[in-house]
Structure formats: C-alpha cells, structure tokens
Design a protein. Structure first.
Length: 150
C-alpha cells in the first residue's frame, strides 16, 4: 500500500513497474496533465496496473514535492481525454481512481490505473498519424509495442 501522508513516505518512494512520478506542474506552474502521461496509462492498463503521482520531481534518488495548484484542471483534462476515442481506445478510470494528498501544504495527485480487462486490451493511443500505439510496462519504463508484439 502506497502511503502519501508525510515527507518520510517519499524517502522510500521509488519508480518501478507499478509506480511512475511526473511533475504535472505545466507551463504556467498551476498544473497540467503531462503529455507523457498517456504512454504510462496505456502501459499500466496493458500490464498489471499502476499508480501515477503528479506533483513530484525526481532529483537523483529522491523526490522533490512540487505540488499542483489546479487539480480541477488536471481532473477535467484527464477525463475529457479518457472519453475521447481520438486520444485513447478505452477509459478504465472512475472518479475514485483520482485522489489528492497534501504533504507540506502541497498537493500531489494520485491516479490509480487498474489493469484493463481482457476484452479492453490492448489499450491504444490514437493520436499518432501513422496508426494506433500501444505500450507495456517493463521495469520503470513504458515500451512501445510494434504490431507483432501486441
């Protein structure tokens, strides 16, 4: 169980096959769903599920708390894109998969991505002009799959 209650919880935090941290701060510093969120969504959904934490930045082997200011914007962008078939093939998230955690007065957004059901897999990203992309999670990376690997 991933705890996000204090700075001490972040000391032991490491990215791995089921945890990915992204700044999520955006250009204006208020909060934005990162573009590289989508390959992670696809890879977690296609493998064993996982957690994306927005508002953290990896510095060496530790995480700095950046926080996100506009959680409503992130939530709105997330669900608008999840329900857009031009972006992603299936939405497997519900409202309770997205939670907010405050550490030192800064908000971290936790997005729990379950494994997609067998009938929903593979989860594709559709904005590539050359065809649909899908990913799988290996160690702490998202790996694009070619047609034969799917």
């Amino acid at each position: 169980m991933l705890r996000l209650e204090s700075e001490e919880d972040l000391i032991i935090l490491r990215e791995n096959s089921s945890i990915e941290c992204k700044s999520g701060v955006g250009k204006d510093g208020h909060g934005e769903l990162p573009k590289d969120f989508w390959p992670t969504y696809s890879s977690f959904a296609n493998t064993h599920g996982g957690i994306v934490l927005l508002g953290l930045k990896e510095i060496g082997d530790k995480f700095a708390i950046l926080g996100v200011r506009d959680v409503d914007k992130i939530r709105k962008d997330l669900f608008n894109n999840l329900n857009n078939r031009q972006k992603v093939s299936v939405n497997i998230l519900e409202d309770d998969h997205v939670t907010e955690h405050v550490i030192n007065g800064k908000v971290i957004v936790k997005i729990e991505i379950p494994r997609a059901s067998r009938s929903q897999r593979p989860v594709f990203l559709s904005e590539n002009p050359f065809g649909r992309l899908t990913f799988k999670r290996l160690n702490e990376g998202d790996v694009a799959l070619s047609e034969p690997d799917r």
